[in-house]
Ligand binder design. Structure first.
Ligand SMILES: NC(=O)C1=CN([C@@H]2O[C@H](COP(=O)(O)OP(=O)(O)OC[C@H]3O[C@@H](n4cnc5c(N)ncnc54)[C@H](O)[C@@H]3O)[C@@H](O)[C@H]2O)C=CC1
Ligand SMILES: O=C(O)[C@H]1OC(=O)[C@H](O)[C@@H](O)[C@@H]1O
Length: 251
């Protein structure tokens, strides 16, 4: 299977690319490909891609089976005109448009827990509840989900939106996470597992929303449908990790 990854040089992209490189042929793209030099001379491709350029997106999607769209401004404080409009909104449209035009079978979108962050902190959110973003970054991810649904049901391009939570490598000597971030936490290993399953599961609906958090004792997003739809089996629990951190290395 040929897989295009946008934003492959970013925090999530570097980890995911490494994980997927054993099983698939990858076309790794980013605005800045310096951090992808380790793939030079391998069977994988490296390509500079600015997702705000529609023609370049068409070229990048040629011959691909699946697109994993990670490129974007990941900051919940990002400004609308400063970056969200061009990168997260127009860029995401360019990637979906090109994927459809070039015959890609499935697009996986890096959506976010920020699509529902406006719900009260003690509410657990299910995928079929209306979105409730608390910032314009979350709004840009809601746009991405609507776009994915449009391409799925109107244009026949299967799509999956993964609402990624607080992605991080838990460092025992790092800062203590707040309760919300622990309930929305996803470990790199769990996200890699979920992405792999989003790529390989065959019997999905045209458009699917998956919840990307770990098996945290208290969960900001409910995992039942995600587990059922793709067999997601998360192993990490931020609350357990944090107790280990608190007891093992007093801060
Ligand atoms: N890190 C997290 O906790 C979460 C991240 N996400 C989403 O996952 C995706 C990846 O996030 P991270 O890896 O954390 O962010 P990151 O900032 O580390 O990586 C994003 C990558 O996109 C690239 N990029 C930016 N503008 C571009 C453009 N115009 N064309 C092509 N590439 C461009 C950057 O060079 C960077 O390598 C983003 O879409 C983000 O919104 C969603 C939920 C949580
Ligand atoms: O909701 C969250 O915790 C995360 O969501 C996101 O989409 C952001 O990119 C990341 O900076 C946040 O930490």
């Amino acid at each position: 299977m040929n897989i295009l990854i946008t934003g492959a040089a970013g925090k999530i992209g570097r980890n995911l690319s490494q994980h997927l490189s054993e099983a698939f042929h990858l076309r790794l793209t980013d605005l800045n490909i310096d951090r992808l030099h380790t793939y030079q001379g391998t069977s994988h491709e490296i390509m500079t891609l600015d997702v705000t350029d529609p023609e370049a997106c068409q070229h990048a999607c040629e011959g691909m089976d699946v697109v994993v769209h990670l490129a974007g401004d990941p900051s919940p404080n990002a400004g609308f005109y400063e970056s969200l409009l061009d990168i997260n909104i127009k860029g995401t449209f360019n990637v979906f448009r090109a994927a459809k035009d070039q015959g890609v079978r499935r697009v996986i979108l890096a959506s976010s827990a920020q699509t529902i962050e406006g719900y009260p902190i003690d509410a657990q959110v299910y995928p079929d509840m209306p979105t409730r973003p608390r910032n314009l970054y979350g709004v840009s991810k809601c746009f991405g989900e609507s776009l994915a649904s449009y391409f799925a049901y109107t244009e026949g391009l299967q799509s999956v939106a993964i609402r990624i939570g607080a992605y991080d490598d838990f460092q025992p000597d790092g800062p203590v996470l707040e309760a919300r971030d622990m309930s929305a936490y996803i470990s790199p290993a769990d996200l890699c597992d979920l992405m792999f399953k989003a790529i390989t599961t065959t019997d999905l609906e045209p458009f699917t929303i998956l919840h990307g958090i770990s098996n945290n004792r208290f969960k900001r997003l409910n995992l039942e449908s995600t587990q059922k739809q793709v067999g997601y089996d998360p192993k990490s629990d931020a609350f357990a990790l944090s107790q280990i951190a608190l007891y093992d290395s007093p801060r």
